[in-house]
Design a protein around this ligand. Structure first.
Ligand code: FE2
Length: 324
């Protein structure tokens, strides 16, 4: 079985190929975000131009031909509608042309599952942190789906960090620039909002934005990171105690941040749990994670009729059936 997975929920058009859990290819084309942020129609145009070349690049990198592909997966959601649609239509036309089964995949579930796979974890508590999402997740074997134990009340932490980076005038709106400036910063008190296992980032964004020009950039970056990550750690620690999980992982784009990983590692150690995360290639959006989950679903007999292969901008992880 060689399953091709397509990811297109946001700025990345990713194509991966997986064969019995072995990742054969993982190629991507990335739309470069400017200080205007992401304009969905423009990103979708980028995906249209890059869909065929990225599929070709993935096949070339593993020495396969399109006729060798025996199944297709694509990101159903959550994500930006016009971007999801390009991936959905590319996947459907490939499945039709090759006459192979196709299966839609939840993006967040794919982040958690690829992390479990490459970090050799069985049943972890997962902190999923990306641009649009921030959730604490645990697989419910009886319900065959992930339960959301905690989540953001408003924006995803990645969007908060990117919005702050743009307001600060950083040349690229990436969390990594905040991470490097934060290394020489000092702490300023900022709004801290945790309710049980849920949290909120808008107060923190508003207050830190008001301080731009009045406080040092480095101090602001350090304080935004420390405050938001401490909020995530407090909520995650509560979930770790509740679930008595022996494994903790972090996944999604913001999982690439080393300071967040260090803080979570401390939380895990405190409760005798093993902490891990995937290499950055799999924390960033990628096609391999979609191919990996699609193969698992196809091996369980999933084969969704082409007409039912839709996309869903607000596709929550607890709506997605999976067999862990
Ligand atoms: Fe993602």
């Amino acid at each position: 079985m060689a399953v091709l997975g397509i990811e297109s929920s946001a700025h990345t058009f990713g194509v991966g190929v997986v064969d019995h859990g072995r990742i054969l290819a993982n190629e991507k084309s990335m739309y470069r975000i400017t200080n205007k942020g992401m304009i969905p129609a423009e990103v979708a145009e980028f995906h249209i131009e890059n869909s065929a070349p990225t599929v070709e690049k993935a096949l070339d990198s593993c020495g396969l031909q399109i006729k060798d592909i025996t199944g297709i997966g694509y990101t159903r959601g959550p994500g930006l509608g016009p971007c999801l649609q390009v991936g959905q239509l590319t996947a459907k036309s490939l499945a039709f042309r090759l006459n192979v089964p196709i299966v839609p995949v939840n993006h967040g579930l794919a982040h958690v599952e690829i992390t479990k796979h490459v970090a050799y974890m069985n049943d972890p508590l997962a902190l999923y942190v990306s641009g649009g999402n921030s959730q604490i997740l645990k697989f419910d074997k009886n319900a065959h789906r992930y339960a959301i134990l905690g989540e953001t009340f408003d924006m995803g932490i990645g969007n908060m960090l990117d919005a702050f980076a743009r307001k600060l005038g950083l040349s690229h709106a990436w969390g990594s620039e905040i991470e490097s400036l934060a290394r020489s910063g000092a702490y300023l008190q900022l709004p801290y909002t945790v309710k049980g296992m849920d949290f909120s980032f808008t107060g923190l964004l508003t207050k830190s934005s008001q301080l731009i020009g009045k406080a040092k950039k480095e101090d602001l970056c350090y304080s935004v990171q420390e405050t938001s990550f401490a909020m995530l750690c407090e909520a995650t620690e509560r979930a770790l105690l509740l679930t008595k999980s022996r494994e903790l992982c972090v996944c999604g784009g913001v999982a690439q941040n080393n300071r967040l990983a260090d803080m979570l590692n401390c939380v895990a150690k405190e409760h005798n749990a093993r902490f891990s995360r995937a290499p950055n290639e799999y924390n960033a959006d990628n096609g391999a994670m979609i191919a990996y989950v699609a193969e698992r679903l196809l091996l369980k007999g999933a084969d969704v009729p082409l007409k039912k292969c839709d996309f869903m901008q607000r596709y929550r992880i607890d709506e997605a059936v999976f067999y862990g």
